[in-house]
Ligand binder design. Structure first.
Ligand code: IMP
Ligand code: MG
Length: 185
């Protein structure tokens, strides 16, 4: 491991703050917001967020993929759609990290066209700025990253490994070599 970027304590503080911002946003709403977790990376974030959020909400999930190894391929595949009709509802999209912006802008457009929700709020735990290709800003974000570093842990994976690590870190060459070996076995 090269460096721990966010400890679990720091993550929890960040998630609590995001939960408060969302509570504030929906406290006088006439409709129940639908929190849509983007599988699989946003799962730990979504679980903690709904635990801290005080208010009614409905959970749903959507799955897309664009990453292979340590880089975004830029091609998005929709692997799993929503399981509820969200026409005229308030959607809150929960994402682990925005990198190029391709995934979230695709999702936003897709959900808008297919379901015509009343509103879409984009929430990301991490906002990685340097490789942004699409003009996209999250409405609510946790931590802004100014360096282009590949991170794992707390949902973020290297070829599916490390999602279960409770903190976020930068892997070093040894980690990557070990994981590559493991993945071959
Ligand atoms: P984007 O489409 O380039 O914005 O990429 C967003 C998706 O790529 C996220 O949902 C993550 O699943 C993945 N991703 C982006 N950066 C990282 C990283 O540093 N580590 C692991 N996955 C990442
Ligand atoms: Mg993701």
């Amino acid at each position: 491991m090269k460096e721990i970027v966010l400890s679990n304590e720091e993550i929890q503080e960040t998630v609590k703050r995001i939960a408060k911002e969302l509570e504030e946003k929906f406290k006088n709403s006439d409709k129940t917001p639908i929190f849509v977790g983007v599988l699989k990376g946003a799962l730990p974030f979504m679980m903690d967020l709904v635990k801290y959020y005080k208010g009614d909400l409905i959970e749903d999930f959507i799955q897309v993929s664009s990453y292979e190894g340590t880089a975004s391929t830029g091609v998005i595949h929709l692997k799993k759609d929503l399981s509820t009709d969200v026409k005229d509802k308030d959607l809150v999209i929960i994402e682990d990290i925005i990198d190029t912006g391709t995934t979230l802008s695709y999702l936003k457009q897709y959900l808008q066209i297919k379901y015509q929700p009343r509103s879409i709020t984009l929430v990301t735990l991490l906002d990685k700025k340097p490789l942004r290709k699409v003009d996209l800003e999250a409405d609510i974000k946790g931590i802004t990253l100014t360096k282009n570093q590949f991170l794992v842990g707390y949902g973020l994976d290297y070829n599916e490994l490390c999602r279960n690590v409770p903190y976020i870190f930068i892997p070093d060459e040894d980690d990557l070599a070990r994981w590559n070996q493991e993945l071959k076995n």
